[in-house]
Write a protein that binds this ligand. Sequence first.
Ligand code: ARG
Ligand code: ZN
Length: 874
Amino acid sequence: MTQTKKEIFRADYQPPNYWVRWVDLAFLVEQDHTLVSARILFKRNRAIMDNTLFLDGQHLSLQRLSIDGDEVAVDDLYLTDRGLLLHDLPDQFELRSEVKIYPAENTALEGLYQSGEFFLTQCEAEGFRRITYYPDRPDVLAPFTVTIVADKTRYPVLLSNGNRLAAGDLSHNRHYCKWVDPHPKPSYLFAMVAGDLAYIEDQFTTANNKQIQLRIFTEQRNIDACDYAMQSLKNAMRWDEERFNLVYDLDEYNIVVTDDFNMGAMENKGLNIFNSKYVLAKQNTATDQDFIHVEAVIGHEYFHNWTGNRITCRDWFQLSLKEGLTVFRDQEFTSDQQSRAVKRIEDVRHLRSAQFAEDASPMSHPVRPDSYIEINNFYTLTVYEKGAEVVRMYHTLLGETGFQKGMDLYFKRHDGTAVSCDDFRHAMADANQMDLTQFGLWYSQNGTPVVTAESEYDADEACYRLRFEQHPPDSYRGKTAWQPMHIPIKLALYDDTGRPLKLNRQSDTHIVFELTQKQQSLEIENVSGRPTPSLLQGFSAPVRLKQKLTFEDWAFLAQHDQDAFNRWDAAQQLQQNIILAKYRALQDNETHKTPKLFFDSFRQLLLNEKLDKGLVALAITLPTLQSLIVNMDAVDVAVLHRAKEQLVDEINQHLQVEILSVYHQNHTDEPYQVSARQVAQRSLKNRCLWYLVQSGNKEFYHLCHQQHKNADNYTDTITALTLLAHRQAPGYEDLLADYYNQWQEHPLMINKWLSIQATIPAEDTLDRVRQLMELPVFSLKNPNAVRAVLGAFCAGNLTRFHAPDGCGYAFLADQVLALDTINPQIAARMVSLLNDFRQFHPDLRHQMLSQIKRIHAADKLSANVFEIVDRALQ
Ligand code: ARG
Ligand code: ZN
């Protein structure tokens, strides 16, 4: 298989020569192959004078093809491994084709493939071309009719998009099912499933009083773990009606669960397909975080029904049109269901460590990329999470009412069509009579802008002045000079007692300052005494903010800021400053002494009973190494790790009594619930346990064992097990062995077991990882298992991955090369773990680069992996 590595440019977009009026597909599913018959009515695009048509098609074995009933000899076709070219076509014609495909051999998990004993599809982004010849591009929309025929015993369940129209028995123990999806859709939203699946069902009554049939299908062994997902689906449907006025538009909604999936889940019209990780959840198998993720992903895919399916993307460069918007919507859903403050902090923490790293790496690209070789490489944190931040900025600038006005206009203008990010921006602007021209730069300029803030207080004039300046990101790589962006900066000022000042005639205590020029100032009058500024509240723009605050200022904000996000952030700044000071001291062979103010501030947060406990838990959680590394250069990982450990030890020395008492206060025997209150309480308790166990004190190992033994929920058991294993505390090997015996038949549970071990911070962990990969529960063919071992080791065990001798990098490269022949999408994800090489000490960086070069030089690389390593070497 020779893959072409052609770069595709956004500027080259051309509308299609032919539209599709309707599609009628028939699948004859056999055990070792599937026969796909297609009837497609094409109609010439009158805006274009071109009577040729290219149909995408890969890994298809063409049996026959006819145009308006005239058979075309296969030998007479312009057929390549990318598709086929038809020419001299009439204005309208019916194409019929028959192809044979081999789903059981499809390890790439794109197109039609096998999982366990059943068959299913994944078509986004370009998987449909592995099913039949078709213009596999998102701007070609058509209604689909699908008939599936299969053996009745082996494949009793036959599903596709839309509503089920008919079903019945056929000869030879076969049966069929016919599905009709009346809503025109692009091919990437096609789905079909055939297999022996069990299901749970429920109903939802919409705001316009329609009964919707809801079903979740899964292999029989998992049928008792779908209830939480079903409840989440109903919550999501209600929420979208209440908050966005969006009502479901088919008679049924089906979800199918699989253990073999490249991503999280897929929003196929009326037939979502989910990675089992985001559906299956029970009290004794799922953590609080797992439950919350299930709810979020169920919501995300449901919300796509309007933002993605009813209005879709004109081309794949516009991916953030649907993903950024839908992530924003799922974030709001979670915020309304759980704790808004906690959700915001967790999202920004992730953005600032992982997306900022991506934005500083060779893979840096705008939210709307300008080119790609392999589109699957652009399902990125930038498109998803930064894209959601861009949508959030509209919301910040326009308010909830203005934002919803924009959404209404967006649907009014574009429902049923394929559009661009600019169309969305214009709807927001026009609905609010606001000029959002400059705002468009958020889609076109890559990298994270830097904003500096300086302040000046004039006591005589009682005037406070803030001077902002914006700077281009180092990684900016546009063809034209970088231009200043439209940056909303939400801010407040506090007097020395912690009271917010009135900032304008309306007496607002916070305002949104719109930074649009390179340099711009804000003056506040009648300020009696120098205030403390709280800038970029709620992280109102995805920028790096640099301000000259003192240690005392941060401590003050950690104590007083009424904006939960900034309060947490102030605590983080203190912690980061101390860790970095210790890091520098260690490099200079000096000792650093932590100021007493730090412990006072930490204690004050820890013991504050008025605060949301989830917020306290986050505020006392030290920054991850990853989040520190993005703000540093020439990083020596081992030293950074030691610096952080020193701080942990000192916190334990000063505050162990308090930490232990907060642990006990929050260790209740209430029956388990996934309520916001209980989740917060458990997260605080378990963060306390983390500190206690880090001290290495036997008494706390014992406490951990107790929690492990007595817990009625998986959050508490797995936390205790992880802490013991990571310290390699007495008894941990037995606990791991027991866990394996109990759960070896349950892939999701075993994946957690694999990850715990891959993240043990010990010298011999790489050997352990190699052994784990020999077990029957591991397979390179299963993406979740690969992420659980390789992903966890490389991204979650930084001291081992960055071992000074480079063995971690060589190991990753070996695995990437092996994976690339099996599943290029996953191989590309894994090789991307080397992408932050620029941040590290030259000794490490050179070894990372030499593995990248080794991969680059390998024969027959997929386009996926090639694009990542090739960019890294540019
Ligand atoms: N649209 C899916 C989502 O909601 C992502 C699926 C993309 N899959 C892929 N192989 N690129 O996030
Ligand atoms: Zn999505």
